[in-house]
Design a protein around this ligand. Sequence first.
Ligand code: ADP
Ligand code: MG
Length: 273
Amino acid sequence: MTQLAFEGISIDIATTRIVSDVSLRIEPGEMVGLVGPNGSGKSTLLRSAYRVLRPSTGAVLIDGESVWSMSAREAARRRAIVTQHTTLGAEFSVEEVVAMGRTPRKGMLDRDSEQDRHTVQQALEDVHMGWAARRAFATLSGGEQQRVLIARALAQEAGLLILDEPTNHLDVRAQFDVLDLLRHLGMTTLTALHDLDHAVSYCDRVAVMADGALVAVGAPADVLTPDLVHDVFGVRAVLDTHPITGRPRIAVASVADGPRRAATTANAPEERQ
Ligand code: ADP
Ligand code: MG
């Protein structure tokens, strides 16, 4: 399995430093959640691994090799990407979308081999979307589309999966389906997540960004302390045990919210008069 490392990454857009000196290593088979407020630089950091934004300093290494030194094709064999905004022609069928994942493994003029077709079908089965192979991609629900895009990433047969907020715009059930799937795949996975509770309950480690810098990395329960969550996100938080799953969970509330007053405290002696 594959390892991903960001080493001293800084990224400038025009003259503004958007990401500052981020070092982060994702070990083989690990699932790491990248969290941080909107605009903290999560997508920008990930774009340096997609080869969309070249870092001003530092290196992005896949198994020790710089993604920026290899060809685009070689990079696509090493890591698969599920971005936030995928624009696909409405005309493509689900299996055609997944087959696009085979491109970096084929010659320019190669037709789909039996192996390609098998891999595409298997990837669709892995995300429980085999039934939809002939459907038009555009006619699927948001959750189904997201699973197909993960299947496309699987068809690439890369050892590493990078995703940017894959549960956005999905209903609660579809969010869990996607996260359960990612967990089940057991691939080296780095995913930006906007829901802190998803990071807590699904990720081996979380990496927290604020203002373009990495401010904490570690096991969710060690990192997402009430103080850190307050400082970085401006909300109150409590970590406890989920009453249904028994796993750690995080409850968040507005700083404006005090604990709800019990009816009796309204009549507490010191408040009467
Ligand atoms: P996140 O994904 O954590 O919400 P982003 O990485 O998208 O954050 O953005 C980080 C910061 O970089 C934001 O302040 C955003 O406005 C800025 N930014 C991102 N892309 C560009 C761009 N192409 N040009 C100028 N500023 C950008
Ligand atoms: Mg983003």
